[in-house]
Design a protein around this ligand. Structure first.
Ligand code: ADP
Ligand code: ADP
Length: 232
């Protein structure tokens, strides 16, 4: 489903060069819940952002669902990106928009007919347990509720892949558990391929099938979670 081959990415800030990914290769199978773990600065987030080309590597290949993303023109890339949803540590909601309008946003971009988009919003709100919150603003929601809205938004266009960048790192343990339960449920119901970046082993142990360990821009280990980490 996802294949990264010999990906190298170096950030330039002024004349400083920061190597973030050094010859990284990765295969994630369809329907997998895949973890990427490592210390801060290891390159996890950069790697995740290469999967939808939010960052463009200087060399290597990125394939998603049989398509070579780096070969695509802008228009075709936008189409492919509809297959990939993403959620973030700090939710990235539009704070001046209601819950409903946040979820409508990707549906409008995809030119979904209004009546269908409204139905989809209702369906997504039910899925994430926020029916009745349409008119709320993000500032009126708890962290866990904000992440539920972000998950609904990410799933709006029926993606095949869900990318999660430290999606539970800003949440307390109880809320973390409820969001992980929701992600498991989404995976179970829709068979979405999930790639999850985290610095917490417990998160990987609770939901991931396989895990990649990153350190200083390199992939140092890939395997089944049970083999890479001993269960506590
Ligand atoms: P789920 O959360 O999908 O219901 P579990 O967490 O109960 O699955 O999975 C238990 C084990 O089954 C995992 O640790 C993994 O080894 C294996 N497994 C289940 N689904 C997959 C899959 N799609 N790809 C790879 N391994 C899987
Ligand atoms: P992680 O997600 O594992 O914490 P990142 O992918 O965020 O790691 O960062 C990898 C390296 O790239 C770090 O040294 C970080 O400081 C650097 N980096 C990340 N984003 C940028 C950026 N936009 N500009 C310059 N350097 C960056």
């Amino acid at each position: 489903m996802i294949s990264l081959q010999n990906v190298t990415l170096t950030y330039r800030t002024g004349h400083r060069l920061i190597p973030a990914l050094r010859d990284v290769s990765l295969e994630v199978h369809a329907g997998e819940v895949f973890g990427i773990i490592g210390y801060s600065g290891a390159g996890k987030s950069t790697l995740l952002r290469c999967i939808n080309l939010l960052e463009r590597p200087q060399s290597g290949q990125v394939w998603v669902d049989g398509v070579d993303l780096l070969s695509l023109r802008k228009r075709e890339l936008q189409k492919q990106r509809k297959k990939i949803g993403m959620i973030f540590q700090h939710f990235h909601l539009l704070n001046s928009a209601t819950v409903r309008d946040n979820i409508l946003f990707p549906l409008r971009l995809a030119k979904t007919p209004v009546a269908e988009a409204e139905r989809r919003v209702a369906e997504l709100l039910e899925l994430v347990g926020l029916t009745g919150y349409e008119r709320h603003y993000p500032s009126q929601l708890s962290g866990g509720q904000k992440q539920r809205v972000a998950i609904a938004r990410a799933l709006a266009n029926f993606p095949k892949v869900l990318l999660c960048d430290e999606a539970t790192s800003a949440l307390d343990p109880e809320t973390t558990q409820s969001i992980l339960d929701l992600l498991r449920e989404i995976h179970r119901q829709f068979g979405v391929t999930v790639v999850m970046v985290t610095h917490e082993i417990s998160v990987v142990q609770r939901v991931c099938h396989r895990v990649a360990v990153m350190d200083q821009g390199r992939m140092v280990e890939v395997g089944r979670v049970v083999d890479v980490f001993l269960r506590p």
